[in-house]
Design a protein around this ligand. Structure first.
Ligand code: FES
Ligand SMILES: [Fe+2]
Length: 352
């Protein structure tokens, strides 16, 4: 099992949830999401403890969820409120209620220990509140791949030259070395490609006349959030690494949700520092992102298909693997931490 449970994952874009019963699968767990009459999101196990009918086949009665088979009814906290035909409520008549947090048009769900679900840990970026930046939502891309293979891809700027030749990459970056660092549970991989023609994306949105300096900073906040800071500035401006706001700069955000060991969803969106009031520009950028992310999907699904067969030889390791290797180490630590009891009681002192 590769799932890190104690983390906030994206359940979906906020507008996709309403009064209807929406079934989701995250980490192989079936979950039903709905909103109360007041609009608050609720997530419960999508399985009746009686005969296992998915509760998403039932109906809402006010803010309670009634099973569609024999009418067991559950409140927003998962407690059973009613068992038709009897007056007592069996102690095991309950379903799990998942902690949720909603912000920036995104519904987050906590899959781990309830008491550790701290809303302060939900991913955020100061640029969401900065008038010099415009956020724009993208899609929920379904990928037949383990989420860690997708996370590998998101701390791997090297693939861009080869996988995204018409949008985000070009051959000029093929041999440019990648810097790699770890900051707590974040893996940062980066590189600058100086004095090279703009890639397709910046030809379309940068109005550059000549060569550009292009950067990529991939921040993979383990286990499931990637921020890709990328952009271009005219080479004759010779901007420094900390002057990226002078160029055309974007943050591409990817929120990875493991559906199962072999399937993931990538909710992606961007923030940009140009065309702030130009919604149509955001959509045109999304057209380019869709091309690029479908290219990633094709690669990852082809690799996942191979995972079904045992490898004939040990995988080759090369220099560009440093970021993904570092990520796997962080994930291994997180899994290890979750598997070892953290709050062991102090041994009781013998009273003499
Ligand atoms: S299966 Fe839900 S009440 Fe019987
Ligand atoms: Fe990619």
């Amino acid at each position: 099992m590769t799932f890190v449970r104690n983390a906030w994952y994206v359940a979906g874009w906020s507008p996709t949830f309403g009064r209807e019963l929406t079934p989701l699968t995250i980490m192989d767990e079936d979950i039903v999401v709905f909103r109360t009459e007041a609009g608050k999101a609720v997530a419960l196990t999508d399985e009746c403890p009686h005969k296992r009918l998915p509760l998403s086949k039932g109906k809402l009665i006010g803010d309670s969820l009634q099973c569609g088979y024999h009418g067991l009814t559950f409140g927003c906290d998962g407690k059973c409120l009613r068992v038709p035909g009897q007056s007592n409520l069996p102690p095991s008549a309950w379903v799990r209620a998942y902690p949720l947090h909603e912000a920036r048009g995104i519904l987050w769900i906590w899959m781990g220990e309830v008491e550790k679900a701290d809303p302060a840990l939900v991913f955020d970026l100061p640029e969401f509140d900065d008038p010099r930046w415009a956020p724009h939502h993208g899609d929920a891309l379904q990928i037949e791949s383990n989420y860690l293979a997708l996370a590998d891809n998101l701390c791997d700027p090297a693939h861009v030259s080869f996988v995204h030749p018409t949008t985000l990459g070009n051959p000029e970056s093929e041999d440019v070395p990648i810097d790699c660092a770890r900051e707590g549970r974040t893996v940062v991989t980066s590189r600058w490609i100086r004095d090279a023609p703009p890639v397709g994306f910046f030809k379309a949105f940068g109005n550059f006349e000549g060569n550009v300096d292009r950067w990529h900073y991939y921040y993979l906040h383990a286990p499931c959030v990637a921020v890709i800071d990328f952009g271009s500035a005219a080479s004759d401006e010779a901007i420094g690494e900390e002057e990226r706001d002078k160029g055309v700069r974007l943050f591409a955000l990817h929120f990875l949700t493991p559906v199962s060991e072999t399937r993931s969803i990538d909710h992606w969106m961007h923030l940009r520092n140009i065309g702030l009031d130009d919604e149509e520009m955001g959509e045109r950028m999304n057209v380019q992102f869709r091309i690029a992310f479908d290219e990633d999907k094709a690669i990852l699904e082809a690799i996942q298909a191979r995972e079904a067969k045992p490898p004939a030889r040990r995988p080759l390791r090369i220099a560009v693997d440093r970021g993904p290797n570092l990520l796997r180490r962080v994930i291994a630590e997180m899994l290890e931490e979750e598997s070892s009891p953290s709050d062991e009681k102090e041994p009781v002192q013998a009273v003499s």
